[in-house]
Ligand binder design. Structure first.
Ligand code: SF4
Length: 186
């Protein structure tokens, strides 16, 4: 059964949003950013056994200007933090970040002054991936979840409306603090 049999009279009906989402999610270009042992699993994900190329991601970019996904693989030292932020700033918009492993997400076992206690102090994170280290299958699962997110990303005014709605929903979920909650007093 071909795609054409599912389309009404050969006309492709899709919104620009859906087409843009499909194109974007099918051509994500990751920036190479291995920082510690997690990077070995990241490299294994691109190898022949796991074959990240199946998802349109075989091209790992060595220049941030031709990358739109940062996979932070490993602990982030205080010294590396400004470099990481500079690379993020140079990446093309729209861009996404996966925090790979417990060290990148929270500092992990390195609860000390030398390591940033979570890369979300430096850049906004889209997906947190647990594990020490996460296996390539876990990274691929995170990437597929990110693809879903990219596919359903709104454009223009729809995006602004979506962001506002999400912010409102999160504010409503905050613990009840007098004066902050819409129904609170004080
Ligand atoms: S999460 Fe584990 S494997 Fe990954 S960088 Fe930290 S110590 Fe290494």
């Amino acid at each position: 059964m071909g795609l054409e049999e599912k389309l009404p009279s050969g006309v492709l009906l899709a919104s620009v949003e859906k087409l843009a989402g499909y194109a974007r999610k099918s051509s994500v270009w990751p920036a190479t950013f291995g920082l510690a042992c997690c990077a070995i699993e990241l490299m294994a994900t691109g190898g022949a056994r796991h074959d990240l190329a199946r998802f349109g991601m075989e091209r790992a970019s060595n220049t941030p200007r031709q990358a739109d996904l940062m996979i932070v693989a490993g602990r982030v030292s205080q010294k590396m933090a400004p470099v990481l932020r500079q690379i993020y700033d140079q990446m093309a918009e729209p861009k996404w970040v996966i925090s790979m492993g417990v060290c990148a997400s929270s500092g992990g076992m390195f609860n000390n002054y030398a390591i940033v206690q979570g890369v979300d102090h430096i850049v906004p994170v889209d997906i947190y991936l647990p594990g020490c280290p996460p296996r390539p299958e876990m990274l691929m699962d995170a990437i597929l979840k990110l693809h879903d997110k990219i596919q359903n990303m709104k454009l223009g005014v729809n995006r602004e409306r979506q962001v506002t709605e999400l912010e409102d929903a999160r504010l409503r979920r905050l613990p009840l603090v007098a004066g902050l909650h819409p129904g609170g007093h004080g």
